[in-house]
Each structure stands twice: as structure tokens, then as C-alpha cells.
Design a protein around this ligand. Structure first.
Ligand code: KE4
Length: 432
């Protein structure tokens, strides 16, 4: 590997112009104590930095690139759309095409509104739920991330029922009072909150597969109970499928577990690498959204033809080909390989895995919620990460993110990654 001299220089320059030198905090590599790499280009499963280093990419733009970087059919769709104009600020047929693909793929979605990010989708879904129910409170789960809208940057208060606490400066304390926080996979604490505040809760928002504490799998009854309790109290259930949508199957994770939320938020994959978010659900709820209804939400570039073309090209490919078997098999092969390496190193680290997503936690306790995730040894993870990078493997630069495998990854990619992981585990165990 070449020493990333140019990346270091560009990072110094970027920091003079952009807060932290990045346009999204996790990209700054702070969690692994390194300077970020500046990427020059990407193709298939590989990314290339400006110092001519090649890496096998497991960030995949944080999930969107399920078909790999610069897929020729998606690039062609983007180019063709751009030649016809990048944004009309008016309805176009490409919006109908993507909306139809989404509604056909996810039975709980009768109608869908396009926006430009997952944050816009979840923020709008929460506003819609409050309006539809006439209630104010939203309940979320500790460690789940739903974008950076004020009402979601809230963590659990001291007591179970005390109002939440902002996790960022700049959030009015009264916003925290509108957000209740419970523990993922913990139905008992949820029931306790609902017994006292259930009639004030407009909606529960949940990542049906949690991807922002590292990967955390819902325990068997958690989501079923969540659906039961929300129905019992007249609260809406919002599945935030920004990560899981079209990742585990063609449609939502909800399709696999046969649970129908009232509203679903989407992003990432449905934009094929361009800025697209969406929220959708039952018609009687969605018809409250302006201009059909009075719940205001708008966006200059919402549904723009180029992003719609990228999203539709992606979903059409996913619908036509059996990619899911391939990427899920690669995921299983990867996880089996890591487990063998952990055993040979005498390590009992935890791996959480679902299809083409996995997270390796540097802890010996099962990771099933925020409190069990945060005790992971982030220092050892950082040493592990640095070794992988030097071996040309680009994992997400944080213990609390998900590794994604795309349809462009190959068995030789996985084998090369496993040999790097073996070295990474060895160096992570060295003191100093
Ligand atoms: P965006 O606003 O970043 O498009 O989506 C917010 C969002 C909403 N819901 C879920 C479940 C999400 O995971 C996200 C964003 N995911 C992070 C990575 N875990 C995006 C990466 C970043 O923040 O740079």
C-alpha cells in the first residue's frame, strides 16, 4: 500500500473549508483514530484512494450500493436522465415509476412520498403520525439512529419514564420531552412506558433490524409484541427501513417477518447511490400529507428525475435477478470464516449477522441492545481496523456500524478479506 500522503494533504485543506473536513461526521475516521482516505473512484466491490491504493469496500456508501459501485446499467440510467434535464420542479413519469416499484414491493405501502434523505423521511413520518393520531410523543429505542432531526437526537433520561435528554447541543429541551426512549429487544420496559404514557404516544419508530449500534437482530417476539402493543394503545408503528429496505429481500424486512407497520421509511438502496429518501404507508394515513391533506412537507429536489432513474434502475435489477441468494451466501461464507479465525485465535468476540450485513463486536457478551453494544473494546477494534486498511480492506470506520456485502463482491474478495481479518485479530491482541 502507498502511504496516503495526498489524502493527508487534502484532509488538511478540507478542514480549512468544511467542519471537521467532512460532510458527515462518521467519515472523519475519529472513531478509529486515523485520518480519512480521500476516494478518487470506485468500481464494483473496490474503491481507490487518491494515493492509488485499492480497497475491497464493505461500507458501500453506508448501504445504498447493494449492486456495487458504478453498476453499468445504473450509470447509463443516470446519464440518460441527466441528458434530459436534472430537475424540473414539476411532476415527471420517473416519479411514478419508482413509486410503483416501491408500492408493489412492500404491501404495507399504499402511497409513498419521495424526499432526498432518510432524515427527511423519518422527520416527516413522525410529523404525519402526530397529526394523524392527534398525539405528541414519539417513542424510539436507545442506540437506534433515524437521522439527525431534533426529535430523534435524544437518549434515555435517567429514569425509565423521565423525558429523554438531547444528545446534541442546539436541541431545545422541550423537544426532548416529546421523545420517550426504551431499550431495543426489551418488551417489558416498553410495556411499562405504554402503561403510563401509551395514550400520549403518536408512534413508535424502530429499525426492524438495528444497524446503528453495529448490527443488532430483533429477538423473535420483539417486533410482534411491538405491533401488538402499538395497536392496543392506538399508536402508529413506523418501521425505519432506511438500511433494511431492499437489503434483506426485494421489499422490506417486514415482508420476511410478515408484520405490517403503519408507516415505512426508506432510503439508501432506493436511490441507487443518489439522494433519495421516502416515507409511505396506509392510504388513510398518507392522504393527510399536503397537498392532499394538511400535513406540510416539501422539497425542491424531491423526486428529481435523475435520482428517480438511479433508484428505479436499481430496483428493476434487484427484481429481475436473484442477487439476494448470492449476497446472502457470501455473507454466510464470510461469517463462517470469521468464526473459524476467532476460534483459532482463542477469541470469543461476537458476530451479529443477517444476510449480506454483519458486525464483529470486540466483546465476549452477546450484543442485543445498546448497553451490550457499547461495552465493546473500541481500542482493540481501532487496531484491528488499522491492520485491515493496511491490507487493502475498507471496513466502516466505527465499531458501531454495519459491514455490507454487495453483488459485486466475489469469493476471492471474501478470502482476501478473511486473511486480512486474521492479521487484524492478531494485531488487535498485541498490547501497546
Ligand atoms: P440519511 O439522512 O443519512 O440519508 O439517513 C438517516 C438514517 C435514517 N435511518 C437509518 C436506519 C439510518 O441508518 C440512517 C443513516 N445511516 C447512517 C449510517 N449508519 C448514514 C451514514 C452517515 O451518517 O454518514
Amino acid at each position: 500500500m502507498n502511504d496516503p500522503i495526498k489524502s493527508r494533504e487534502r484532509f488538511a485543506r478540507a478542514q480549512e473549508l468544511i467542519p471537521g473536513g467532512v460532510n458527515s461526521p462518521v467519515r472523519a475516521f475519529k472513531a478509529v483514530g486515523l485520518d480519512p482516505l480521500f476516494i478518487d473512484q470506485a468500481k464494483g466491490s473496490k474503491i481507490y484512494d487518491i494515493d492509488d491504493n485499492e480497497y475491497i469496500d464493505y461500507v458501500c456508501s453506508w448501504g445504498p450500493l447493494i449492486l456495487g459501485h458504478a453498476h453499468p446499467d445504473i450509470v447509463k440510467a443516470i446519464c440518460r436522465a441527466a441528458e434530459l434535464g436534472t430537475s424540473y420542479g414539476a411532476p415527471c413519469e420517473k416519479e411514478i415509476e419508482l413509486a410503483q416499484l416501491i408500492c408493489e414491493a412492500i404491501p404495507s405501502i399504499d402511497k409513498v412520498r419521495m424526499v432526498s434523505s432518510g432524515t427527511e423521511a423519518t422527520m416527516s413520518a413522525a410529523r404525519l403520525a402526530r397529526a394523524y393520531t392527534g398525539r405528541e410523543k414519539i417513542l424510539k429505542f436507545e442506540g437506534c439512529y433515524h437521522g439527525h432531526a431534533d426529535s430523534f437526537l435524544i437518549k434515555a433520561g435517567s429514569g425509565l419514564l423521565t423525558a429523554g435528554v438531547p444528545t446534541s447541543p442546539g436541541i431545545p429541551i422541550e423537544y426532548a420531552g416529546g421523545t420517550l426512549v426504551s431499550s431495543y429487544n426489551d418488551i417489558e420496559s416498553l410495556e411499562d412506558i405504554f402503561k403510563i404514557s401509551g395514550r400520549d404516544i403518536a408512534a413508535v419508530i424502530v429499525e426492524p433490524i438495528a444497524g446503528n449500534m453495529g448490527l443488532i437482530i430483533p429477538e423473535n417476539e420483539f417486533l410482534v409484541e411491538l405491533r401488538r402493543i402499538t395497536e392496543q394503545y392506538g399508536s402508529l408503528l413506523i418501521f425505519d427501513e432506511v438500511i433494511s429496505g431492499f437489503r434483506t429481500c426485494y421489499g422490506g424486512y417486514q415482508n420476511l417477518i410478515e408484520i405490517k407497520p403503519d408507516i415505512t421509511t426508506l432510503g439508501k438502496i432506493i436511490g441507487g447511490g443518489l439522494p433519495v429518501g421516502a416515507y409511505g404507508g396506509r392510504q388513510d394515513i398518507m392522504d393527510w400529507v399536503a397537498p392532499e391533506g394538511d400535513v406540510y412537507q416539501a422539497g425542491t429536489l424531491s423526486g428529481n428525475p435523475v435520482a428517480m432513474a438511479a433508484g428505479s434502475a436499481t430496483l428493476r435489477l434487484l427484481k429481475k435477478h436473484e442477487y439476494y441468494t448470492y449476497i446472502n451466501d457470501l455473507g454466510q461464507y464470510m461469517v463462517n470464516g470469521i468464526k473459524k479465525l476467532l476460534t483459532s485465535c482463542g477469541l470469543e468476540y461476537q458476530i451479529n449477522h443477517m444476510g449480506s450485513m454483519f458486525s464483529l463486536f470486540f466483546t465476549e457478551r452477546q450484543v442485543k441492545d445498546y448497553s451490550t453494544a457499547v461495552i465493546s473494546d473500541t481500542k482493540r477494534f481501532a487496531k484491528f481496523y488499522k491492520t485491515l486498511l493496511s491490507e487493502g480492506i475498507y471496513f466502516p470506520p466505527s465499531q458501531f456500524e454495519v459491514c455490507f456485502i454487495s453483488a459485486a463482491h466475489t469469493l476471492p474478495d471474501i478470502d482476501r478479506t478473511l486473511s486480512a481479518i486474521e492479521k487484524g485479530l492478531y494485531w488487535s491482541m498485541q498490547e501497546g
